[in-house]
Design a protein around this ligand. Structure first.
Ligand code: ZN
Length: 213
């Protein structure tokens, strides 16, 4: 993960301390909010361990919500190729991290994305990036699944698209709302994935198959 260049030497120094935290835009207003939040939960924001926390949280949030500033066309634009291949193309087990919009707590898991081309294919490495455009926002898993399917449908106009997401939600796990290991599975099907039973079954069995370890 590359670090974004900071603006001035003070920021450079902070970046060294907060290694791995990205973001170069002004995080001041958000950091001020976090400082207030620390006091509201009963902390002393001036305590040594918390002094830089507001800035760290602000930068982390900036990174975790950067999808708001990304566009699908920019992510996949140059990587669409003419190709007469007409079988299912699938990328399984795409790592996924998002934030639920109800609690702003993480949910994480895997996405499986497939399509059947109609004269155009997209570079395989672009599919995880496409997932991230929507995952790096406040989300509900159902909408995230639909948005990935819709974006791929729009950008490629394929014969069909299938997306399955399986995820664990910390808002359920940490608050003890559900059993610790309950996994939420959502799917979105377009075109032949929805209309043709055989294609749908092939996709779903590939998505849910246990491959390797
Ligand atoms: Zn939640």
């Amino acid at each position: 993960m590359g670090r974004i260049r900071a603006r001035n030497s003070l920021d450079d120094k902070r970046m060294d301390i907060d290694e791995g935290i990205e973001g170069a835009a002004d995080v001041g207003p958000y950091a001020a909010l976090v400082q207030e939040q620390l006091a509201l939960v009963g902390e002393d924001p001036a305590r040594e361990g918390l002094i830089r926390t507001p800035e760290r949280v602000a930068k982390a949030m900036q990174f975790l919500t950067r999808g708001y500033h990304e566009r699908v066309e920019d992510v996949v634009g140059q990587a669409i190729f003419r190709e007469e291949h007409r079988n299912m193309v699938m990328v399984r087990d795409i790592e996924l991290y998002s934030l639920c919009e109800h609690h702003m707590l993480p949910f994480f898991g895997k996405a499986h994305v497939a399509y059947i081309p109609d004269g155009r294919i997209v570079g395989l490495s672009k599919l995880p990036r496409l997932v991230d455009v929507f995952a790096r926002r406040l989300q509900v898993q159902e909408r995230l699944t639909e948005q990935v399917a819709e974006a791929l449908d729009e950008v490629l106009a394929p014969l069909g698209v299938g997306v399955v997401i399986e995820a664990y939600h910390l808002c359920m796990m940490m608050r003890g709302v559900e059993k610790q290991n309950s996994r939420t599975i959502t799917s979105a099907l377009r075109g032949v994935f929805r209309d043709d039973a055989r294609t749908r079954e092939e996709f779903l069995s590939l998505a849910h198959a246990k491959l390797g370890a």
